[in-house]
Design a binder for this molecule. Structure first.
Ligand code: C2O
Ligand code: CU
Length: 446
């Protein structure tokens, strides 16, 4: 098991190969002391859950449900969450997906903490510095614990008075909008929205807007589109899009682990707008009982590389001090002594992937090239990356900051980030069985 917590035994879910050689001094990397603004205890359990009439599954729950409770904070809040593991046999942790927490609060079993054993607890403290849509999930035997439901949403509201990146029209619509988290998850073959099979109705009078926060907790991409209305893509992975234009007839592709916030307005004719979640269910926004005609997935896909209005990037590409290649491949090798075909990073399979080393304050460029035959949703912990280009085409829309980037087979992305969060951070595929099969690397600060 990974309960022994040897430093460097990263959770990739298949046992305990020797991991990265070093561990960080987590005491230096914790959130500031002082009273917290949001204080919660979350209790994890292994229990049976009825997700649809007569359909009972072996699940992991948080406070008795899956998804667990949606946590709410306001930008700048100090958040303190204590995880109590009541009955998860392999131990559990909480990772704050998309939140740039201090390294000691990152929740990676074997890297930043030991998994919390049954009967144990662990307290996480971090400042919710950026408004947006995030989620928390266990990072111990993740491919199994996330699949079985050990997760929930985290919504960070902007500080009142903050200017919306969307512009005045969007700000007007958001004022008084319904705010709806929509955690999309597949339990076995059963697809759900907020733990419910079927559509999720959201009551809204004609003309009223809704911000639908789609969170993809599955291992595969989730196509999202809207029937019965136009929409705007307000935010990607928690970061607001500048000047998002209205879109009709295009699908938004949400990578595994990724989030997309959509703004829809209940149609004036009394019908509903349906935010279609992969076609398996929808968030239905309109007056009680109203619905819209179901539409098929549009042929066009919204491309974040060109969507929205250009704005200051948030980093200067001319400052790049270090560049890495992250080439994803597939090769024969051994994992936990088992031979087989494995994912590789620059020709190596975890734990034999050399660490990417950075120094604090550097602007870092990473070229992610996928030569493995299948797509991979790549997730860097503790940082957001700015997409510079895809296959040589420069980004030209709103600055596209992401933490969960779908890299298709044959594609090459240039991304950049600021090394401003010291520690040891995983950079892995969020198709979690792939991570368990070795698609893991680490970023370390010198
Ligand atoms: Cu959402 Cu390393 O994970
Ligand atoms: Cu993958």
């Amino acid at each position: 098991t990974t309960l022994d917590g040897h430093p460097g035994h990263a959770d990739h879910g298949t046992g305990d190969p020797a991991g990265p050689a070093a561990t960080v001094g987590v005491d230096d990397l914790v959130a500031p002391a002082g009273p917290a603004d949001v204080v919660r205890t979350l209790t994890a359990r292994a229990e049976r859950v009825e997700i649809a009439p007569g359909r009972v599954i072996d699940a992991y729950t948080v406070d008795g449900t899956t998804p667990g409770p949606t946590l709410h904070a306001t930008q700048g809040d100090l958040v303190e969450v204590t995880l109590v593991n009541e009955s998860v046999p392999d131990g559990a942790t909480l990772h704050w997906h998309g939140v740039d927490v201090p390294n000691g609060a990152d929740g990676v079993a074997g890297v930043t903490q030991d998994a919390v054993p049954r009967g144990g607890s662990h307290t996480y403290r971090f400042v919710a510095a950026d408004a947006g849509t995030y989620w928390y999930h266990s990072h111990q035997v993740s491919h199994e614990q996330v699949r079985r439901g050990l997760f929930g949403a985290l919504v960070v509201a902007p500080t009142p008075g903050t200017t919306a990146a969307g512009g005045p029209e969007v700000a007007r619509l958001l004022d008084g909008a319904v705010d709806v988290p929509a955690v999309v998850h597949r339990y076995g073959s059963q697809r759900t929205v907020q733990g419910v099979v079927g559509d999720l109705p959201v009551e809204a009078a004609p003309g009223r807007a809704a911000r639908v926060r789609v969170i993809n907790t599955d291992d595969a991409v989730l196509p999202v589109w809207v029937s019965g209305a136009a929409f705007r893509l307000l935010a990607i992975d928690g970061t607001d899009v500048h000047g998002p234009p209205e879109v009709e007839d295009a699908a938004v592709v949400v990578p595994a682990g990724g989030r997309a916030d959509l703004l829809v307005v209940a149609p004036l004719d009394g019908t509903a707008a349906r935010v279609e979640l992969g076609g398996a269910g929808a968030v239905v926004v309109g007056p009680a009982g109203a619905d819209a005609t179901l539409t098929r997935r549009p042929a066009t896909t919204l491309d974040p590389l060109t969507y929205g209005a250009p704005a200051p990037l948030g980093l200067d590409p001319a400052d790049v001090a270090r560049s890495f290649d992250y080439v994803i491949g597939r090769a024969p090798g051994f994992l936990d002594g088992r031979p087989g075909m494995h994912w590789t990073v620059n020709g190596h399979t975890y734990p034999d992937v050399p660490m990417f080393e950075v120094a604090e304050g550097e602007v870092v460029r990473m070229r992610i090239a996928n030569r493995s035959g299948v797509p991979h949703p790549m997730h860097l912990h503790g940082h957001h990356v700015l997409v510079m280009s895809r296959d040589g085409e420069a980004a030209s829309g709103s600055p596209w900051w992401t933490d969960s980037l779908e890299v298709g087979d044959g594609e090459t992305y240039d991304v950049a980030f600021v090394a401003d969060n010291p520690g040891i951070w995983m950079d892995h595929c969020h198709n979690l069985p792939h991570a368990a099969e070795g698609l893991v690397a680490h970023l370390a600060y010198e």
